[in-house]
Design a protein around this ligand. Structure first.
Ligand SMILES: *Cc1c(COP(=O)(O)O)cnc(C)c1O
Length: 338
């Protein structure tokens, strides 16, 4: 099975840049959902704590429980809890779900500022406050998510203005219904870097921390370094003659006499199968034939092969985004911090 190496220096380098934009390490809420974007939830949490990160964002209660001791604040985006907790906050995504939360649960209200995916609409805000109050929930925050922060359009400004309106309304409602002042946040990675005058209570940063953010040139921020690299071990080697063909369907034909080796990873571990014939590693080693479940062949005789050290490059090759390349990597792969 392949190995994932996590580069701590690169991670800390990325956090340095993010902290500068947030104006404080305390305002970074590191997004660790989906096994920390495939990097490994506990491994990334361990390093984040060492750096001084106090806040985390995950999808499920299970993820939150696994890292409860690492952070002072954890926000769960997508699940209604079975029990209340001191550190864990839960998201209200829908007006009708408020009655499903247990009394005294710490909650944050997601408002739909234009993405129309999750969150309650602006004109349901007062109704939400009334329901939250009646249910006895501890409302701590109001937040939203941008749909186009990484695109060079005016949509980001439009949503930002909508959220500013929502904040004003929520501030008044918090006073009216007797809640403490609310925490406000709206920025993911791309939104944070668009906002020179960032002044919210925290930013929910994922892909930038992992060093795989891809932005249009005009929005690009320099200096990020990918944290994750994937390495594989040789299982076997053979000398093939010109025009012999490798793997399922014989798709990979060698053009001359070549040494072809087979390595211990495939789509079963989450390496995208579309990266077939012609994919080249960062060292220029060429993949040959189809990717199998647990095997992939390369024109190489190396015992250990670096498969990729920048998910963005694989993403471009596979016509997808680095998020998908990374979250496809299975939790069973061994992770090492270097
Ligand atoms: C995934 C997610 C983020 C992080 O987005 P990045 O683009 O990786 O920084 C922030 N907020 C919410 C609600 C998310 O779902």
């Amino acid at each position: 099975m392949a190995t994932i190496i996590l580069n701590k220096n690169n991670f800390f380098n990325n956090l340095d840049i993010i902290a500068k934009y947030c104006k404080s390490v305390d305002k970074i809420a590191l997004v660790l959902k989906d096994n920390a974007y495939g990097h490994g939830l506990v491994e990334m949490s361990t390093m984040a704590r060492e750096y001084g990160i106090k806040r985390a964002v995950v999808r499920t209660q299970r993820e939150a429980k696994l890292i409860e001791d690492f952070f002072e604040y954890i926000l769960v985006l997508g699940e209604i809890p079975t029990s209340a907790s001191q550190t864990i906050r839960y998201t209200i995504n829908d007006l009708n779900s408020i009655d499903d939360f247990a009394k005294d649960t710490k909650v944050e209200l997601k408002v739909d500022s234009g993405m129309h995916r999750n969150g309650i609409s602006m004109d349901e805000l007062e109704e939400a406050f009334i329901k939250i109050k009646a249910r006895g929930l501890l409302l701590e925050g109001l937040f939203t998510h941008h749909r186009s922060a990484d695109e060079l359009t005016s949509e980001w400004f439009w949503q930002k203005n909508n959220f500013e309106d929502a904040k004003k309304i929520a501030k008044e409602l918090a006073i009216k219904y007797g809640f403490a002042p609310l925490r406000f946040h709206s920025s993911n990675s791309a939104a944070l870097f668009r906002n020179a005058s960032f002044d919210e209570d925290m930013a929910r940063v994922g892909i930038a921390a992992y060093g795989c953010m891809k932005l249009p040139e005009a929005l690009d921020i320099e200096g990020f370094k990918p944290v994750l690299s994937l390495w594989a071990k040789k299982l076997s080697s053979r000398k093939l003659k010109s025009h012999q063909r490798v793997g399922y369907g014989g798709d990979g034909e060698v053009e001359r006499d070549e040494v072809v080796s087979n390595y211990d990873f495939g789509y079963g571990e989450g390496f995208l199968r579309v990266c077939a014939n012609g994919y080249k590693t960062p060292e220029g080693v060429e993949l040959i034939g189809r990717i199998s479940m647990d095997n992939s062949s390369f024109l190489s005789s190396k015992d250990e092969l670096l498969i990729f050290d920048d998910a963005s490059v694989v993403a471009t090759y596979a016509s997808t985004i680095s998020y998908e390349v990374l979250t496809s990597l299975k939790p069973e792969i061994k992770r090492e911090i270097s």
